[in-house]
Design a protein around this ligand. Sequence first.
Ligand SMILES: [Zn+2]
Length: 113
Amino acid sequence: MSSYKALLNGTCPICGKGQIFETKGSLLHLKAPKMHERCSECNYKFDKEPGYFFGAMYISYGMAIAELIAVFLVINWFIPLGWLFGIMFTILVLTMFFNYRVSRILWVHIFHE
Ligand SMILES: [Zn+2]
């Protein structure tokens, strides 16, 4: 496992400098995130093979479920049940790219070398 700093910054697990995703800064971008193929600093290949990120989908699903449960536990007390579906859906859409980025960054950091 590489450094937590590189993980939190979404940077390369090898050198900790090159960004994994093209969009910098906040993880809460609402634009579809695009990955760099290789690290700009050390040329490490992030996407090792076709299907390499398949497992990252499971992390992403797990995150989505955890987020939905967390939100449900909080808003359950304040809103009528009929609104729940719409609010849950909105949460799913809003966190989709966030989960996508985080799961792939995690994946790259867990499974490098
Ligand atoms: Zn690198």
